[in-house]
Design a protein around this ligand. Structure first.
Ligand code: HSE
Length: 436
């Protein structure tokens, strides 16, 4: 059978990895796909570098438009990233009847609804395994492997850079900036690293996971997003003493009144497997009603791991290229006319437990006033520790863990507590998830 011709847009870290894997494993891939898959054209703004990498084995151009319009191309691999030119190129590829494989989580989180509608109309596939969790086949698991289940919740470490930073801070006592620079040097971080450390990249990925799990449209604008840039060594240490590890989690849950969609640092019991996922590794915990909890673990970033997902998509698309579009797996796992309008729950309505750290004057009655405010807001304390003050120090840290409470009640209580003259500065609040 004639080889499938792919056009590669962007031959950077992931594009270069894709080129390597596809060539190195060409024999195995052909045996799996039933025909050869060849990158016939490559577009990159650095034409010289691209020519050097492909070494005469593909046509190289500086214009991605040439590739998305080329008649000999069956599948466009979009690895440019971002939501500007990448969006226009993907839509143009679809308009030209090309199938698309992309690793672009930001693009799908923000414009996925439009892109999938265009692909549906045109009868082409848009495959996006590499958009979440690098090489972990989590999209495949959600779209196909778990299709019997009513998904209850997902909690994932889905940003390698922030997980790497947290691991380095905890293990080696390395400062935040040093760990970030290291992640950048290793090629994990986004072009704009604030996307990693402020939770935006995780929010993009969570948007995709949530849509697949619950059969809802992509709703990136509704994700509550809080990053790791304000975390201190002190809280990482106190959490450890209490038997917890702090992870940046993306959490989406089917609650009674809507779907939770939130990214934030989270205390997770150290004995959970997911709490022990370190460095750039990702892990996604999915709870289905029939299967129970399932955990998917692997490298969440980097050239070769992400290429593993890109090439798996190429194989998938190749196998289904001649299938009737109605027989393909729907883009968002559920049939497009079956998407649900279940609302995303506002963060104030979310119910979870909390770690609170208060810096207070060490005087009689201080704690009584604080606990009274918490009780007024129906927040019940599960555990509390007063830390030993340094010699000569009149102020102490009090660390509390609460039972389940409603976020808006916690917000109201903290606002009142912070006004007390005996409480110094802001209260540190980190959410806690038992993940059972
Ligand atoms: N910047 C991302 C991360 C790359 O650190 O996980 C993979 O999406």
């Amino acid at each position: 059978m004639k080889a499938i011709h792919a056009g590669l847009l962007g031959i950077g870290t992931v594009g270069g990895g894709t080129w390597d894997v596809l060539n190195r494993n060409a024999g195995e891939i052909r045996r799996r796909a039933g025909r050869a898959i060849r990158i016939a054209r490559v577009a990159d703004k650095d034409v010289k570098k691209a020519r050097r990498l492909v070494d005469g084995k593909a046509q190289v151009t500086g214009s991605a438009w040439d590739v998305v319009r080329a008649p000999d191309i069956d599948i466009v691999i979009e690895l440019i990233g971002g939501t500007g030119i990448a969006r226009d190129l993907v839509l143009e590829a679809i308009a030209n009847g090309k199938h698309v494989v992309t690793a672009n989580k930001a693009l799908l989180a923000k414009h996925g609804n439009r892109i999938f509608a265009a692909a549906q109309k045109k009868g082409v596939m848009v495959a996006f395994e590499a958009s979440v969790g690098g090489g972990i086949p989590i999209i495949k698991a959600l779209r196909e492997g778990l299709a019997a289940n009513r998904i209850e919740w997902i909690a994932g470490i889905i940003n390698g850079t922030s997980n790497f930073i947290l691991s380095e801070m905890r293990d080696k006592g390395v400062a935040f900036d040093v760990a970030l620079a290291d992640a950048q040097a290793r090629g994990f971080a986004e072009t704009d690293p604030t996307f990693d450390i402020e939770g935006i990249d995780a929010a993009h990925k969570l948007t995709i996971l949530s849509a697949l799990a619950f059969g809802i449209p992509m709703q990136f604008a509704r994700v509550y997003t809080e990053g790791i840039s304000k975390l201190t060594q002190q809280d990482i240490g106190y959490a450890e003493e209490l038997g917890y590890r702090i992870k940046l989690l993306g959490i989406t849950r089917r609650a009674a009144k809507g779907i939770e969609l939130r990214v934030h640092p989270t205390l997770v019991p150290t004995r959970r497997l997911i709490a022990n996922v370190e460095g750039v590794m990702n892990a996604i915990l999915v709870k289905g009603d029939a299967v129970g909890p399932t955990l998917y673990y692997g490298a969440g970033a980097g050239g070769q791991p992400t290429a593993s997902a890109v090439v798996a998509d190429l194989v998938d698309v190749t196998r289904l290229i001649t299938a009737d579009p109605g027989h393909r797996v729907p883009h968002l796992a559920f049939q497009p006319d079956q998407l649900s309008a279940t609302p995303v729950l506002p963060m104030g309505e979310v119910q979870t437990s909390y770690y609170l750290r208060l810096h207070v004057l060490d005087k009689p009655g201080v704690l009584a006033r604080i606990t009274r405010i918490l009780a007024d807001s129906r927040i019940s304390i599960e555990a509390m520790v007063q830390k030993e003050p340094a010699a000569g120090e009149k102020r102490v840290d009090i660390v509390m863990l609460t039972h389940l409470a409603i976020e808006k009640n916690v917000n109201a209580a903290l606002a009142r507590i912070e006004k007390l003259p005996t409480v110094v500065g802001k209260v540190t609040r980190i959410r806690v998830e038992e993940l059972l």
